[in-house]
Write a protein that binds this ligand. Structure first.
Ligand SMILES: [Zn+2]
Ligand SMILES: [Zn+2]
Length: 364
């Protein structure tokens, strides 16, 4: 009896009293009656949604290449500081990140051994061809760029990613309203029903990617995603033959928050989809938990193209699996002026001299 009297009314928060005659919990403040079983469910669901969220990833133990694994060299760029591994016979001559041509070959020191790799599917000459095809379709770049731009260097590079896997559980509580209305000859009536919703569910996540290289500019990497992870295979050093491979410089610990956020957002969206049929729904408490989440290290194929036009270098990146590309095209001033005038007619303060279109934004 004692414990039941401690229950509070889920509608108004006042104390509930057990009425033996009705076998119900009664609220003298708002007049509602509840089945004891209902109140117990409400309390259990509340307790679950109030549990602290918990994200536990297994710790990642880096593994090094051994010399039997491979014959790799290390390429260092004195200009941007990139340190990239590659096949010793490759003789890389240009930094894929900054285009610097005084890249130095050094003694290879056991860089980190990946767990998985998505091999290149697009070959080098096809990458250049696809670049031309993509440029030919662009509308607001100088016509001469399409014919005169020279692909000076095409470097195949494996960019490091952390891949996160986990099975997550979530409990979320919501407050919800359903509004209905009707009229008679005298009045319009509006009725608002208030609800408390409890949703729980679980989901498995595989291959949540977080790019692990500071040098690989996020805007470029995000723009050439997605990769098809079903092509990922267990890493073997022979895949590196003829390519460069960057190694991670963003630690697992620094990447975990991004992975957690993606799990959290996905779980919240998934449970929210199951709250249809109300006029409005507001999340109240949520608890998302998993343990034993797995972290793996993987390499993704990216073509880096340095393109020479009018004495200037333009950088492009292309997904080596899908061919999706992104980069800076020179803007055609005449064509751009027409574009801006038609879009922003009346705005006089726009200056467009020397600006480049960032096609990463996918606008053109
Ligand atoms: Zn009440
Ligand atoms: Zn560089």
């Amino acid at each position: 009896m004692d414990t039941i009297q401690n229950y509070k009314c889920p509608c108004c928060g006042d104390a509930l009293v057990f009425s033996g005659a009705k076998h119900k919990l009664h609220c003298s403040s708002c007049g509602n009656d509840y089945e004891p079983e209902t109140i117990k469910q409400v309390y259990d669901a509340d307790a679950a949604a109030n549990t602290e969220s918990r994200y536990e990833w297994d710790s990642y133990t880096p593994r090094e290449f051994t010399m039997e694994d491979t014959s790799l060299a290390s390429y260092e760029c004195p200009s941007c500081g990139a340190s990239i591994a590659g096949d010793a016979s490759l003789g890389a001559t240009i930094c894929p990140y900054c285009g610097n041509t005084t890249i130095m070959k050094n003694q290879f020191e056991g860089a980190l051994l990946p767990d998985y790799i998505i091999p290149f599917r697009i070959e080098k000459n096809e990458a250049a061809l696809r670049f031309r095809q993509a440029a030919a379709k662009k509308m607001f770049i100088p016509g001469a760029f399409k014919s005169e731009a020279k692909v000076k260097e095409t470097t195949g590079m494996y960019v490091p990613f952390w891949m996160f896997d986990c099975d997550a559980d979530a409990d979320i509580t919501y407050t919800a309203q359903r509004v209905s209305g009707w009229s008679d000859s005298k009045y319009n009536y509006t009725k608002t029903d208030f609800y408390r919703l409890f949703r729980s569910g679980n989901a498995s996540f595989a291959n949540i990617p977080v790019d692990a290289s500071q040098k690989a500019e996020d805007v470029y990497m995000d723009a050439i995603e997605p990769f098809d992870y079903s092509d990922a295979v267990k890493f073997d050093a022979s895949y590196l033959s003829g390519y460069l491979a960057d190694k991670y410089d963003v630690s697992v610990d620094d990447s975990i928050e991004r992975a957690n956020k993606r799990v959290r957002t996905s779980m919240e969206k998934m449970l929210m989809r199951d709250t249809a049929g109300y006029t409005s729904v507001q999340p109240q408490n949520s608890s998302i938990r998993f343990s034993g989440g797995k972290v793996r290290y993987a390499l993704m194929p990216v073509w880096m193209l340095n393109v020479n036009y009018n004495g200037q270098m333009y950088k492009f990146a292309m997904n080596g699996q899908t061919g999706k590309s992104v980069g800076n095209y020179p803007a055609s001033k005449a064509k751009l002026a027409v574009l801006f005038m038609s879009v922003f007619a009346g705005l006089s303060a726009l200056t467009i001299g020397g600006c480049y279109l960032l096609h990463a934004l996918g606008v053109l």
